[in-house]
Design a protein around this ligand. Structure first.
Ligand code: ZN
Length: 287
């Protein structure tokens, strides 16, 4: 789907196997065309075919890519990176905070056991370029700026295509009612506030959400902040009603009930988000 003159959204449907059945999901990869084409994120392990087919439809070959940027290391963003690297020969760029999990996916599977990890990820890929806050790519006719937006993961980045006012937010903006996933609750809040302050944004392109434009953009960010706060309140409420400490997954299920979310999203990753809220609440009480 073409968004602006030089930005295309490539929608990638996939399924995650969980203990409680199959979870239907989708993720977006984004293609910036123009003088130096760039691919942002690579979907899951089978997404290379969809991405290459899309590129061909707009007159590009994989080897035309000048750069592949990974917004962060999670499976649905790095899944096809090895095969796309092989056909494009272009450098792979990511924030330093994500490097170890991109370059060693077995380490990631061990430290962050996402259900169905190995069916979502082809394998490791070297990070050729380390990105940080404020870095800018000169793409000839376009400029792409890196904004460090941690919280969802420590090295999560957003990208701003200045000339066209397009903000690629990766997974930095939580989607109301969707899987709550963050490793630092406070940083997540701060990152959304940070993105809200950006001026002249015409399009907001997240990985798990449909494209937004105009007044919708601030609404999506406000909804995200409200959602984060409601999660924190639910964690606090469940915690206060508990006589003894519960196992994280059991605790996760109680919070999901409180939030009215389906039980099949209960998994160790979501459970870890709620444990992070507990840490955040304990720190607040200390102050
Ligand atoms: Zn993610």
């Amino acid at each position: 789907m073409q968004i602006t003159k030089n930005v295309h959204a490539i929608k990638i449907p996939f399924q995650v196997k969980t203990d409680l059945g199959l979870l239907d999901r989708f993720v977006y990869s984004y293609l910036i065309t123009g003088e130096s084409p760039v691919l942002i994120d690579t979907g899951v392990s089978s997404s290379d075919k969809i991405i290459i087919k899309y590129m061909e439809a707009v007159g590009l070959k994989p080897e035309d890519l000048s750069l592949m940027i990974l917004s962060h290391s999670h499976p649905d963003h790095i899944g096809s990176a090895p095969s796309l690297k092989e056909v494009s020969h272009c450098p792979v760029a990511a924030h330093g905070g994500e490097q170890s999990w991109i370059e060693d996916t077995e380490l990631q599977a061990k430290e962050r056991p996402v259900p169905g990890f190995h069916s979502l990820v082809q394998g490791s890929v070297p990070v050729d370029m380390i990105l940080d806050e404020g870095d800018e790519f000169d793409l000839g006719n376009l400029t792409l700026e890196v904004i460090h937006t941690p919280g969802h993961s420590r090295g999560s980045i957003s990208l701003l295509l200045k000339e066209e006012g397009v903000l690629f937010s990766g997974d930095a903006i939580p989607l109301k009612g969707d899987l709550p996933i963050y490793e630092d609750y406070q940083a997540s809040l701060e990152s959304v506030h940070r993105l809200k302050e950006l001026k002249n944004i015409k399009w907001l392109l997240g990985s798990w959400d449909e494209p937004h434009s105009g007044d919708d953009i601030i609404k999506v960010m406000d909804d995200a902040l409200e959602y984060l706060e409601s999660i924190n309140e639910a964690v606090q409420k469940v915690n206060e009603n508990m006589a003894v400490d519960k196992d994280p997954l059991e605790f996760c299920k109680l919070v999901l009930i409180e939030l009215g979310l389906p039980m099949k999203v209960a998994n160790p990753i979501v459970a870890e988000s709620f444990q992070e809220n507990l840490r955040y609440l304990r720190n607040l009480n200390k102050e």
